[in-house]
Design a protein around this ligand. Structure first.
Ligand SMILES: [Cu+2]
Length: 345
């Protein structure tokens, strides 16, 4: 009777858990992008290439292994409780070792861990090897807000604090912003571009994460950690400080806006910075101007030489030809005349 009762209880529990899981998943048919969804059981939808690999690793490998091991251990426990309780097994066995079983329970976990490592290590390396970035961002954790700089684009000190409306559940619902996740200023990045985030902290350890990008790294004072992502979809993505950092740890969220490249350039200019195209054009013009100045100097030096030496007409005639020849190092023919115009005046 005890055995049957236990079996029924165990089966009932499993059935209830399975049913509630199925119900929970069907209730949240359309998970929100970039933020948590009520009653959702799985991971947030990801929007990066490496995110797809992470999801495969988790859903296709880790989760099945975890499930099988959990069910196996549960089955063993149930079997032992039923088959070897005092009533069913009044005279217990006295042996304490079994070499075969000890080898099995040592070797099988090793094999499982090696299989996991074969897939996790290459993935870890992909996260670790930052491709040539299109945008570099520095994220600095502070008690209790995040500050963002775009060091290469001349934008500094964007402070992102919890949006006052988002601090209150009712006001957040009224304002249609996610509770405890929306910030006043946002980190803006272009879509489809490699964004390299350098992460550090000013006071204590924080952690910067955006679940939809499948990235997370500690922000440690005096250290520069880094992560990278390439978001494939325009939208707003939220994260939270993920290292307990003091009384307002729960109130320093992360809001990332992934926008088109044109909108990103507009944002950078509005913040008083320069876009990559502007910086590249300036560099080109500076190179061309320098080349032109060098050519002018060479030409006038040759003219001086020719004049002072009272050179033959043939030699003097060669002088004007030297200027275009010397100007050749200028990288772009289009940029050279533009840069040369002010110099000529
Ligand atoms: Cu923090």
């Amino acid at each position: 009777m005890g055995m049957n009762g236990l079996m029924k209880a165990a089966c009932g529990a499993v059935a209830t858990l399975t049913l509630s899981g199925v119900l929970a998943m069907s209730a949240a048919a359309e998970p929100l992008i970039g933020q948590p969804t009520d009653k959702e059981m799985g991971l947030q939808p990801n929007v990066t290439e490496l995110g797809h690999e992470v999801d495969w690793f988790y859903n296709g490998l880790l989760f099945p292994i975890i499930t099988v091991i959990s069910l196996f251990v549960l089955a063993l426990l149930v079997w032992i409780a039923i088959r070897y309780n005092r009533k069913a097994n009044p005279t217990p066995a006295k042996f304490s070792h079994n070499t075969l079983i000890e080898i099995i329970w040592t070797v099988v976990p090793i094999i499982i861990l090696v299989v996991i490592a074969c897939f996790s290590m290459p993935l870890l390396k992909k996260f670790n090897d930052v491709p040539t970035p299109d945008v570099v961002v520095k994220a600095t954790g502070n008690q209790w807000y995040w500050a963002y700089d775009y060091p290469e684009l001349g934008v500094e000190g964007i402070e992102a604090r919890l949006l006052p409306e988002a601090a209150d559940l009712k006001k957040a619902e009224a304002a249609k912003v996610p509770y405890l996740l929306a910030t006043d200023n946002k980190l803006v990045v272009p879509v489809g571009k490699v964004v390299h985030v350098q992460v550090t902290a000013n006071d204590v350890i924080h952690a910067w994460t955006v679940p939809a990008f499948r990235v997370k790294v500690d922000a440690v004072p005096g250290r520069l950690n880094s992560l990278w992502f390439k978001a494939d979809k325009i939208g707003t993505y939220y994260g939270q400080c993920s290292e307990l950092c003091g009384q307002d740890h729960a109130y320093m969220p992360i809001e990332v806006q992934v926008v088109s490249e044109a909108d990103f350039d507009k944002f950078i200019v509005a913040q008083g910075g320069k876009t990559r195209a502007m910086i590249a054009a300036e560099e080109k013009a500076a190179t061309a101007a320098a080349a032109q100045a060098a050519a002018d100097a060479a030409a006038s030096a040759q003219a001086d030489d020719a004049a002072s030496a009272q050179a033959a007409p043939a030699e003097a005639a060669a002088t004007p030809a030297a200027a275009p020849a010397a100007a050749q190092p200028s990288s772009s023919p289009a940029a050279a005349p533009a840069a040369a115009a002010p110099a000529a005046n």
